[in-house]
Every structure is written in structure tokens, then in C-alpha cells.
Write a protein that binds this ligand. Sequence first.
Ligand SMILES: *Cc1c(COP(=O)(O)O)cnc(C)c1O
Length: 509
Amino acid sequence: MYFISTRGGEKVTGAQAIVQGLAKDGGLFVPEKFPVITRDEMEQMEEMSYAERASFVLAKYFDEFDVGFLKEVCETAYAKFDTSDPVPLVRVNEGLYILELFHGPTCAFKDMALTVLPKLLKKSCESLGIKEDILIMAATSGDTGKAALEAFKDVKGTKVAVFYPDEGVAKMQRLQMATQNGNNVFVSAIKGNFDDCQRAVKNLFADETFNANLKEKNTLLSCANSINIGRLIPQIAYYFSAYLDLLTSEQIEMGDEIDFAVPTGNFGDILAGWYAKKMGLPIRRLLCASNKNRVLADFLKTGTYNVKRNFYSTMSPSMDILVSSNLERLLFEVSGKKGDVTANRMKDLAKNGEYSITQAELKAIQKDIYGNFASEDDVVDAMYEIFEEYGYAMDTHTGVALAVFFKYKDKEVDEKDETPMVVLSTANPYKFPQDVLYALSGNDVKDSFKGVKRLNLLTAMKPPKALMEIRYKPLRFKGALANDIKKMSDAVLSFVDGNIVPEPTGEGK
Ligand SMILES: *Cc1c(COP(=O)(O)O)cnc(C)c1O
């Protein structure tokens, strides 16, 4: 299987796509064509563990790797999860299911792919004969950063540098990153919001001097953001797995269609669902759920993507994004795989802050994807409703998806519609304890750990150990840098030289 750039031309192997991250023309790598999983194969997959299902999907794309290797990678990755089934499907009521994707080491769904990535990357380097050290650099809206740090910490031959927006991550997310251990990690806040941060990191990726300096230091730059195809492909597996779980528990029959609701920011998670549909999974519709930053919801309604608007900080910070990188992959597909068309749209976006697609393209997207958004009040109401009626507590990002599902059910489908809905749950509620507590009980507490305690009393859910530990871990990374390419470049190069291994400075309270 080869991967091609969304902006035309470049064609590479899976290993190259993983190591490179971005195509040379600035495009994203996409599979040359979508492999199919047949009904017969799905029947075989019914008997498999999650790790086996995931490796089965990976093998369809990364056929250059040994199947046994992929299986071992997935088994080691998902053994790090704190549940015997790494992705439990919870039945809320007849027709509504929640797929919990947050049982990994950092309590958010980013672990689904990032626990797999280090070994895929190392193997890719090996097969390409790359001898240099790899520097993973990432911009994070909160969860990718921690998941990347945790996945790559102390992995030989790699270093990780993570930048997060100083306005815009939750306290738990900040503490998780600031207390990161390992001797190959670097974390810094950047002044501004996530879009500023993402843009700064993208510019650094493209900076020739920076890359030349790294080369002198025998280091190759790669990325762990969801623009890396190695992040995207492992996420396809849980769509199949949810379907197979519904089959084995006799909630559906083979071939029945189901819907998914996906809390969306950078469009990676939902795109993996769209890939699953392309591979033959009977998905009727994917709900693209945005928070108050509703740029995707507006795009899916009008066909115009316009970032010239206010940026809001919400209770779902990992979705506070205006430029959804992975949408480029969908645009490429619906344009009929036209690299020049896609490149021009991305140019318009960078230059004028907007672009439009044709009505025919919009119609094609709308057939598969329903877009809407939820206000902060909608989210609180939805979370409360499900807690009140079924005793199920969810996080604020998942709450966005649920609220959008309620709107969809009200307006878009027939009252008698019985198509099962699977809501993807992307974070552990304890990652956002104050907002979750507020939604479920109306109580406002000032401190995150007090929030944890109260939430525990209210829900009797056990707080994850990984989050409880950070309260007493030393803070290592406290600084913020100006959004300035020279300053960021200097900091990263100094880190690569081994100069930044910060000393612990007090406790993470
Ligand atoms: C990253 C993230 C999202 C958004 O996922 P995308 O792939 O960026 O659309 C939603 N919820 C949580 C908790 C996240 O960490």
C-alpha cells in the first residue's frame, strides 16, 4: 500500500509516511486507495481481542510490516490500559451506547493511537535505514501532548518536544504535562491560543535553518499530531470494534447500519470513522459535533470554511480549534483526489482565511456526515440528563457529542428511527473535574482536586491513578515562551543538545 499527498504528486510507502509526517508539498498523506474489510473478515474479527482487531486493521494499510509484529505492537500498547477490555462499549439504553476510549495511560482517547506509534515509528526508521535520532515535535490542545510524552518517554533514539497554548488547556492537562518524567522530554507553554500554537509549530517544522541545525545534530524531525497517518489508522479499529461488540451482544445483525457521534476538533477522530465506512463498515451517518467554536458545523451546512471569527475558550478545550487540519484529507477525497484543487483551497485558507467547496461536493459530504454544534448550556444539560436518568457520568467533550446527538434525534431523523447510536467518549470525566461536577450537580469548586473528591462522592466512580498521582509529583516544566520562531527554535535546539533536563521545582499543587 502506498500513500499519496493531498496536494498532489508525492507517493511514499507507509514507513516513509510515518517518519515524514507531512508531505514535502505541505500536504497530508492519505492511502492511495481504501482497503476493504469483507463481511467474512468481520465474522472472523468477532472472535478476536481488541488488540487483534486493531492489528488486523493496521495490516490492511501497513502491509509492508509483518502481521506478527503488528499484533505484538497492539498487544503491548493495549495492555497498558486499565481495563481488561481496552475499549468498553457501555449500553445506556436501547439504541444509545457509549464507547469509552479513555482507559489508556493519560486518560484521553489520544492514547488509542499514541501507544502504538513509537514502535511503528522505530520499525519504519529501521526499514528505511535511518540512523539519526528522531525528534517528535507536537502542538497540543491538551491531550495529544501528554499522550505523546508518555508514549515516547525514555524511548531510545527519540526525543519529544511539546508546545501547548498558555491560554487554553485545563489544569489537569497542564499538570499532566508539567510533571512529565523521562530524560528525553521537553514541554513549554506558548503565549496565545491553540491555533496560534499550532501555526507556530507548523512554521517551525517548515523552517529551513531549524531543520539544517537539527541535521547537524544528527536529528530528524517527525510529528505525533493527528496529521501523521500513523495516528489516524489505529483509530479506525475502534469503529469496527464497536460494531463487532454490538454484533456479539446481539444488539444488531450483520449488515445493519449504525450511527456514530464524534466530539470533533482537528477532525482526526471522525475522519477515522469515515475511513471505516469507506472500508465497508455499515455506518449510516457520522455526527460531527463541535462546541461553541462551530467552524466545522457552519462548513458542513454551507460549504464555506471561514476562520475569520471569534475564538472561544470552552469547557471542552481539546476541541477549541478553528483550523481543523484533517479536514484536508476529506476535501481531497470528495474532490475526486485532485491535489491541485486541494492545494488551492489550503492556499486560500492561509491567505484569505476561507475557501468554499462545490455544492456537489457538499452534498456528498452531507450524505455521510451531519454537522452541528452545542453551546456550553446544551452540553451541561445533556450531561445532566444522562446522569440524572441513567447515573452515567461523562466528560465535557463527550457531552458535546451527546448534545449534538439530541439535536439530531429531534430534527433529523424520524421518531421511529431505531438506528443504534454510538457516542465516542474521548476523555475520563476526572480530567475535567470542576466542569463535570458543575454539569452534574451545579456545584462550583475552585480547585481541581477538590472537584475530584466531590465528583467521587457524587458518582462513586473511581478516579484514575494516573491523575491522582500528579498532585504529588514535582513540577518540571513551568515556563512559557513567546510565540516567536527564533525563541522556540533556540529552546528546542538547546534541548536536543541535552541542555534542558529541568530540575524538579516543588509539588504540582
Ligand atoms: C483531541 C480530542 C478531541 C478531538 O479529536 P479530533 O481528532 O481532534 O477531532 C475530542 N475530545 C478530546 C478529549 C480530545 O482530547
